[in-house]
Design a protein around this ligand. Structure first.
Ligand code: GUN
Ligand code: ZN
Length: 427
């Protein structure tokens, strides 16, 4: 049993933030040795239960806030060194920077070096669960999974499928790519806290045969995740329509091969109509919203109001290296900016509790990991961050002056970065 005393942030089922200024978090190991939340709440109410029999040592963090570890719903671990590569848009960015860089992951030693840096960077930024692309090289998955397993992280990843319209060095072979995917599922899915995601890069770089094969695997392994990109950029959409004539929309390409289902996570989902939104809702597929990437690549922006009106699930993501930061604070702030804009198009103001939820418990729910990660309710795996709201002079000044919880959360979203994350604790 571990007992922690500090301020404590967690979420109710409806997404409302629950905050204790003087809180207690108790964790205990399950039969696999994973620390789980035993109790969370007000120190005054809970402490007597833990001190009635024997005195327990307590880790006391005065002036700090314990909060759920962040969940990044879409990131590319091999694109660490692609961050900040300017291009006119998505397709030239892929061709000129991303594909040449990803070809280096044929070298397992290179992949292992990047994987270690990537996991350190997640942890420094308080991200305790990520759904990440690897590259088309099966060894790039092994390199990441082996290190994530050693760190006991809850991480989901997959080998990219891309058997056409891709240069030598990243293009894979249809049949072998599906054999490799199945072998990786068997090697890694459910090992410790790891999960596997079937990962067609996006429809334009897969043949119809590869997409159908991916759909068949998705049916055979229903608890494995699916991840891809859709409706990010106008040029990309035109290209997808040319390549798949006779489909109703770009999203429909995935639907027809069985890739639209629960645990399917589509990055971007910007240029959707209501039929697409309804298809997302009815299938249980969800969107990974990537505001810094969409700003950087000039793709357009996710329609939060449209998603809420039609009722499909979504959460926040960095999309590094199209995205510009690993920091969940930067992603939440970008989501606030682009959701809010209301003078030239309809928008809505995303409240700070909502933004934070979309990057923790809400993102976990979208991934099908409700009650597992992203929150600190009893039974959750105890992945958490310790925030120092006085990490910089301005943060200290602004958070000290916060009159209520929304002000405190907003101050951290607007002013926060990796300095706010004093430590990251993995269950
Ligand atoms: N579409 C296909 N591949 C990619 C990628 O690597 N990043 C982004 N943002 N979009 C994509
Ligand atoms: Zn992406």
């Amino acid at each position: 049993m571990h007992l922690y005393r500090s301020a404590l942030l967690r979420f109710a089922d409806d997404g409302t933030a629950l905050y204790e200024e003087d809180g207690l978090l108790a964790t205990a190991p399950d039969d696999r040795g994973v620390q789980r939340v035993h109790a969370a709440g007000a120190w005054r109410a809970l402490a007597p239960l833990y001190f009635s029999q024997a005195s327990q040592p307590v880790t006391h963090w005065p002036g700090r806030i314990i909060a759920p570890g962040f969940v990044d719903m879409h990131v590319h671990y091999p694109q660490l060194d692609v961050i900040g590569s300017p291009a006119e848009g998505l397709l030239p960015w892929l061709e000129n920077y991303t594909f040449p860089h990803e070809s280096r992951f044929a070298d397992a030693g290179y992949a292992a070096g990047v994987a270690g840096f990537f996991l350190d960077e997640l942890q420094r930024n308080g991200v305790t669960t990520a759904l990440t692309f690897a590259t088309s090289h099966p060894g790039s998955v092994d390199a990441l999974m082996a290190q994530a397993h050693a760190r006991r992280l809850r991480l989901i990843a997959g080998k990219v499928l891309q058997d056409r319209h891709s240069p030598d060095g990243v293009r894979d072979a249809t049949e072998q790519s599906l054999i490799d995917t199945e072998a990786l599922i068997q090697r890694w899915h459910g090992k410790g806290r790891l999960g596997y995601a079937i990962t067609p890069r996006f429809a334009p770089t897969s043949t119809p045969q590869q997409l159908s094969g991916a759909g068949a695997l998705a049916a055979r392994y229903p608890d494995v995740w699916v991840q891809s990109h859709v409706a990010e950029n106008q040029q990309e959409i035109c290209w997808a329509r040319e390549l798949f004539p006779g489909t109703r929309s770009y999203l429909d390409v995935y639907a027809r091969v069985g890739l639209l289902r629960e645990r399917a996570v589509y990055a971007h989902c910007i240029h959707f109509d209501d039929e697409d939104r309804a298809a997302m809702r009815e299938s249980g597929a969800v969107a990974a919203v990537c505001p810094t990437s969409n700003l950087f690549l000039g793709s357009g922006q996710f329609d939060f109001a449209g998603a809420d009106r039609m009722g499909f699930g979504y959460g926040l993501a960095s999309d590094v290296g199209g995205g510009t930061s690993f920091s969940p604070f930067h992603t939440m702030l970008a989501a606030y900016y682009v959701g809010r804009e209301g003078q030239t198009k309809t928008g809505l103001s995303l409240a700070p509790q909502r933004l934070w939820w979309l990057h923790t418990a809400g993102a976990a729910r979208a991934l099908g990991l409700d009650g597992v990660v992203g929150n600190l309710e009893p039974g959750c795996e105890a992945d958490f961050v310790v925030l120092n709201p006085a990490a910089t002079p301005l943060l200290a000044r602004r958070t000290a002056g916060a009159a209520h919880l929304d002000e405190l959360l907003f101050a951290m979203i607007v002013l926060g970065d990796d300095r706010l994350i004093e430590r990251t604790v993995i269950a």
